[in-house]
Design a binder for this molecule. Sequence first.
Ligand code: SAM
Length: 188
Amino acid sequence: MNKQEQLSIIDNSTTYEVDKTQNKDHVATPRWVVENIYDLIDIKSFKMIWFPFNNYDSHFKLKADELNLQYKATHIFDNLGNDFFTTLPPKDCDLLISNPPFSQQNEIIKRSFELVELGLIKSFCLLLPLSTLETPKRAEIYEKYIDKLNILIFKKRIKFLGKATSFNTACCWVCYNIDSLKQKIIWI
Ligand SMILES: C[S@@+](CC[C@H](N)C(=O)[O-])C[C@H]1O[C@@H](n2cnc3c(N)ncnc32)[C@H](O)[C@@H]1O
């Protein structure tokens, strides 16, 4: 690694530590939420997983390490500055799973279905605000893929890591093409 590359890693990790404390979109997922969804979707049945909004400290990644899963974790502030919208999934990716920045949800939902259409991912699970089910624009997209869609609704609000209780958004998982999910709507 040359000096330029070393400096870039230091720059990005500093930016990440600052961003975590300031960015309203940085909402870290607690371990129980990760363990719960991994059980529900039978995470071990997936051969190559992509965590596109996950840096070194994400529980999605840490739990995947414990389970010896095959995965690639990328994040806008990792050493390559991996932007979800321009980064390609790992080869033979059969699952994208993450808690994405809610403020960009429309573009992220669109891009996730685009990756499915391109054959670059087989399935996905996105943790989103419950209000993702609203709006004509999003409804039109979800209706198009309704056959393989499952919605998992949290009965209780999630207390996200490092957030004051004032961040108190109702959430759900929007899952596409997950074999283990047998009902369209599931309360968890
Ligand atoms: C809701 S947080 C989730 C963090 C982590 N996935 C977790 O669940 O603990 C979303 C993260 O995505 C990052 N992010 C924002 N835009 C991004 C992009 N275009 N590509 C990749 N990561 C992005 C934010 O900096 C933020 O840390």
